[in-house]
Design a protein around this ligand. Sequence first.
Ligand SMILES: [Zn+2]
Length: 434
Amino acid sequence: MPGWIEQVYLERVGWDHLEQLCNIDNRLPGTDGEKSAAKATERTFDEFDAVETVVETFDILRWEREKCRLSGIIDYSGFEAVALPRSPSTMASGPVIDLGYGMPSDFEEEAIENAIVLVRSDNSPDSSRTIHRREKYCRAVSGGAAGFIFQHHKSGCLPVTGSIGTDSSPIGKIPAVGTSKELGERLRRTNGQELELSVSCHTSYETSRNVHAVMGPDTEKEVIVVAHMDAHDICSGAVDNASGVATLVEIAAALNRRINELETQVRLVAVGAEEVGYVGSDHLADRMTDIKTVVNIDSVAARPSLQFMTNGFEPFGPAVNNVLDRTGTSGVIIEKQQPYSDHWPFVKRGIPGLAVTNTPPAGGRSWGHTPADTLDKVDQRCFVDHAIALTELIVEIANDEFKIDSKTPSEIAQLLVQDGAAAGLRAVDEWDFE
Ligand SMILES: [Zn+2]
């Protein structure tokens, strides 16, 4: 067994880092917790001889929750309802209108003006594309709704969270609350009766960070690997995405021993502020030139199978297949655009980007964005297997024999239209193309 593989199995550098991140209470962008995660990651990167560590900072709007209450038909201020980050601090009342999955057609069929819209967090099985939470929220706002309730689709009294703001549109227009499946079902049974939503929160401008570990030869182009350090405040963010950052650390440890095999410079970047619209990675994409490829690791090691989305860059498929075969890792390759998470700021600029995540269970997201995203959901054996496969993949795409071309932004726009993903970006006013 090569020494670097033995090291991944026995030294637990990545797993120790994962535990450290999960012991931090709140890693929402701009908080002290996110800063501690960045410090811990910088310290860990510094331990590797072959790494040059760089930290960059940028401004971010910090949003902190205070109270959240539902009253009227029911009176509720318990743990099964939480304000969605970037909700405004305000109250609203109106009849509850149930829009089911909250597909675009659901919004076309019902009058929602001045109503409190209730939608599930998952997508209809008939939907050919991902309908993101922000798309449902923006459709509620455009339809004149007074408030927005996002109901978790899985049982277990777990409220679901997720930001409704981004860097360009930091605070939403109407109050937004995430509920458990059970509380949402109760609201669904009161369809049409008046409910009052009240959200209070605090905002301030703070600093977020990207922590870079630069390795390998000084070449003109480089391979960038990103994973976001921030997480939601209602959970440990173990799978989403301490798992990705810990994998990045394990890759750094492995490449530290394989440094002579790298033919292109590799820049591993633990980025901040993904959960509020990929702000750290957008900051990075804005500054870096001469990028060969970007690989984004977001939510791995919870289950054996990995999913690789190529965003229409064909050379990724054979490279991933080679590595999966060689390492005996199970995985699926999807040759589609996936305009969500940290590869997107690069892909929309035409840079080849690969999105790596756990293959989602039927019905979508698992424990992520709920209080149950805790350390016990990360599997140690999957963690080791994924770290080994992804290290192999990075070495392979850093190899001179791996050739991949950038696309123009208009080619990306065409692919988005072809894949049906354009409508979702237009609905949230993030269609950054002509
Ligand atoms: Zn994530």
